[in-house]
Every structure is written in C-alpha cells, then in structure tokens.
Design a protein around this ligand. Sequence first.
Ligand code: WTA
Length: 650
Amino acid sequence: MSDSSSIESVLHESRMFPPPADFAANAHVKSFEEYKRLYDEAAKDPEAFWAKQAEEIHWFKKWDTVLEWNEPFAKWFVGGELNISYNCLDRHLTTWRKNKAAIIWEGEPGEVRTLTYLQLHRQVSKFANVLKKLGVETGDRVALYMPLVPELAIAMLACARIGATHTVIFGGFSADAIRDRVNDGGCKVIVTADGGYRRGNEIKLKDIVDRAADQCPGVENVIVFRRTSSKVAWKHGRDHWWHELMETVVDDCAAEPLDSEHPLFILYTSGTTGKPKGILHTTGGYISQTAYSMKMVMDLKDEDIYWCTADIGWVTGHSYVVYGPLANGATVFMYEGAPNFPDFDRFWAMIDRHKINILYTAPTAIRAFIKWGEQYPAKHDLSSLRLLGTVGEPINPEAWMWYHEVIGKGRCPIIDTWWQTETGGIMISPFPGATPTVPGTATLPIPGIIVDVVTKSGDPVGPNEGGYLVIKHPWPSMLRTLWGDDERYKQTYWSDIPNCYFAGDGARRDENGYFWIMGRVDDVINVSGHRLGTAEVESALVSHEAVAEAAVVGRPDDLKGQAIAAFVTLEGGRKGNEELKEALRAHVAKEIGALAKPDDIRFTDALPKTRSGKIMRRLLRELATSGTVAGDVTTLEDLSVIEKLREDEE
Ligand code: WTA
C-alpha cells in the first residue's frame, strides 16, 4: 500500500431505484426511516443490538458478557453455550417446518433430490455418529473436498454437531492445495467423493485426494461418498464408503453444547505470499450475524425458495447456502454443476422449474450471461423471482442494469452485498424494502456495523473522495485469527490503519453516504499523480455497448508514472479492431475524463480469474509490464487464458 494520498473518484452514476411499493409493504424492514432508526440505535450500542439478535438463536446456556475486546482479538457472547447444527435442524423439528423442504438439489445430469428438515436431521445425526465412530472428537479438524451435493452440507452440519472444526476445500483445487490445507489445519479425516460432474465431464475427486493424502501424515481416514460410481483406487484400512458407514450407525446423536467461541470452521484464502491463510470462524457470533443478515438483507420468508449460486467451498456458500438459511428454516435450492450445461439457459430453466424466488449470484456470472445473450433467459418464465443479489466484486452499473431489466424485469430489488471471507457475513448492503438502490454501490452498512472510508492515518475523507475502507468496531461474525498464526493476523488486518480493521479495498462515500467499492488498493493505478481505482475505469469500459467485461491495470510509463492497460472481452460475436479501440478510448474520456483513457487496449476471449470468479489483475499487470507471467498462478481457474494472452503478446 502506498502513501497517504487518497484515491480519486471519477465515476458518476445518478440512476436511483426506490424499493417497489408492494415489495416494501411486505418486507421485514419497510421503509428507509425504519432502517435508519435501526441503524442509529445499533450504532449507539452495537453490543446491545447484537445481543438482541443473538436472542433469536437457541442457547443451551446464555452468555455472561456480550463482547470481550482485546484489540485485535474479539470474543462474542462469552460464557454462552450453543450448537449450530441444533439451531439449523433440531429446533425446527418441533414446529410445522419439520416436513418443510430444507434442501432441494439438482444434479448436473438433471436428477432432483429433496430433503426435509426431518430427513436432513436424520442424515446429519447419522453422519455425526460415523465421525465419532472413526474417533473424531470435539476440537478435531475434518477436511471436506466434495462436489456440490447435499452430503457436503450434511458433513458440515455433522462436524458442527459434535464440535469438530471443518475446513471445506473447493472441489477445483489440486492435490498440492489439498495437502497444504490439510497439513496446516492438522486434519484427521478427509471426506470426499469418487467424483463430481462439471460441464458434462467427471472430475475424479478421489484420485486427487489419493495424491494429497499420501503426503498428509495426520490423515487416518478417508470417507468416500459415491456420486459417479466410477472406479477408484482403495487403500484398505484408510478408505471407507460413506454409504457403508452410514449403515453401521443409529440416527440419534445429541448436539454437543459448545462454547460460543468454539472453532466452527477454517476457510483458506490465498495469501499474497503463497502460504494460504486459514481464516478462523467461531460459533455464537458467527451464527448470530449470518442468521440476522440472511433474514433482513435477503428479506427471507418461510414461503421462499432461495438460491445462492456460490460453491460451498467459498465463504458465501458457508454463510448463505448452509448456515444462514438453515438457521432461519429456509428452503435452499442447490445446483451441482456448470451454468452452461447442457446449454446456456441452465440457470433460467431451473429458476422456472423450481419457481425460485430469491437469486444470489456474482458479477462474474452476470457478465457471462450478458456475453451469452438475452435469448437464453428469454426462453423461460422468470416471474417467480422477487429479489436479486450479488457478491464478490464491484458490479459495473451496466451489468447491474442488465440484471435489473433482463432478469428482474424491472420488478425485483437488487442487493449488492459487500463482505469478505474475513467478515463472515454481509457488512454493507441495501435492505431491499427500505434502501433506494443505485447501480454500482453496495449502499449502506447493516445495523450494528460501523464502517468508514479514511486516509492512511485514519482520518475520515470527505464526500466522493476515495480512501481506505475500514471497520471501526468489532462485529460478531468477524474472523478471530489466522489459524495458528496470531501474529500474521495482526499484521495483515490491524497494522495499516490505527485502531481499524483494514479490509484491503478502496472506497468512497457519495453525498448520500453510500459506499462505492473502488477495487483492491493493491490494484490502484497512479496516472500522473492521480490515483485511480480499477472499478471505475472498468465500469466506464463496460458501459460501452460492445464490451462484456474489462480489466485495467497500471504499467510503468516514463512520462506519467503509470499508463493504463485495458484487457477487454466483447459481447457475443463482436470482433475487435483499431477503430473499436479508438471508440473505447473516446468513450472512457467522455464517461470519466481524458485522464482515465486507456493507453493500451487488448481484446481477449477471456480474462484470468480466480476459482471464485475474481479477475486476477496481478497477472495482467505482470503481462502488461514484462510481456510474460512468472508469478504464482496456483489460484488461477484456467491456465490456458494466460497462455493465450502470452501468445498474443509474442
Ligand atoms: C470484493 C466474498 C465490491 C472485495 C464474500 C472484498 C466486493 C473481496 C463485493 C472479498 C461487492 C466482495 N462490491 N467488491 N459487493 N463483495 N467484494 O473473501 O474486494 O471471496 O474485499 O468474500 O471481494 O472476497 P471474498
């Protein structure tokens, strides 16, 4: 991160969408005044506010102290005892929800499975007994490397039931990535499957685990769920079939009362140094904030069928596929496979087939849908949808408008939710019945969350001035530390700006106080002394009708310090040429000013992304600077994208 100079904001967006009256009338929070009242009250006493939300959770023993804050270490609901699996399952069984669908799952080949709360409870209890039988105890770690099948949620809830800490490893990671995570976490057991389906192909998960497990001395047992029935190698004594173990146990397993600060899960994110960071989340605070935000931000109702398209391997899947929704007794839709299998309309066909009401997805997916074309959503009835959400990257206003018009038909509010693996739950987002939305901004923090935009020395910046996005008061679902490395936790999040958690993002607040995320501060481009965030320049490019997606990076320039290099993908079927490059430069100059005009523009079929869909500007920066990519590419989703860009360079 460089000096104290702030980031300049150049984007202007004035379209405002108030919540539709009929939506607001039925929402949990019905007006902006009501949101404001909640927010102001919570800001005066965040502890009292969160204690009230925690009352919605079932506690075996109530807490003594709401918050113990020993910066930067937090303990929430100290002395309390609870169990998240109990909160997600058992407490619904004494209500009418007993026979409500908890999970409706569709496999990529097309089969559908439904699990009611009672059925899910039974499976979870059995699998908890399986884990116990294999010697897993409270406090042990279990790694889960599975396709997106209900058994992944079952395994998570089973771990939570007995107090084992799970670490879910996304099914796209390599054997080396599994080995590093399993060894760092000290996992005793790996739960996997023979394979999983992706775009019509089988991914042989068990083979990958075999390669990893040989280098994981602590792993005593590997449990294999049968998904594809393909042939797998077998290590007797270590490997067990899920279905065989499940036959050996009873379906009764009491949920263990756990301390509020008991470790629920570790989720690894890639650090800049290559060594993955194990983000640690605990129990009482995590479930209080995810359950509250799920209900209020998603305006969740019992009648809804809700679909968050994230893989469970990411934090979004933990908080808003599994724990947040099930704690609220929701019906969750889950889909195993790719959005373009067997055809580009798969998502829209499923929304129609299952009459999905709430859709929560990522800007990267929305930009892909735009590229594929409107004819695919047009083939299906999307009238069941009532709310749309996004998370993961800044959403370009153009993509927001497309989502609003083509998918939401102008009827559905959009919640642009800002948060991180580290924050555990949503931090900044509209309340859909209350907050007027503007394309491209996550709007305002949820009640109980105190965020600000400041300079390097911690002073608030003025309206529309860019700066560092910080969190100023501990929040219940915050990470507690990095697994086994308190020092790195302090250094990474609490050392840049005095008394603040610094999230790594640049942002500005507009004249309404709305927060605009301007991109990662590591990606800021310095043109002739003007510091520009990537999001604004990219949004200007994407607002041109020919552009589907854009990434901009800085490369050294003798005259200006840095020049702007843009990588651009075009809408379906369009071809790039010199004329279009000129048109795009002129367009950016018109939208935000000559200063932000890209010096180089390169057309490409695809941008390099992480496996969770974020553009990897670091690699593009390297490419634009040196013409090649030598840095770490292990988190890259598709290596061929970089190879292709590199060839174009030569
Ligand atoms: C970015 C995902 C703009 C941001 C839950 C953050 C966003 C990082 C938004 C965390 C949003 C996430 N608008 N940027 N609505 N949501 N980000 O850990 O840079 O995968 O710091 O967590 O994604 O990504 P992570």
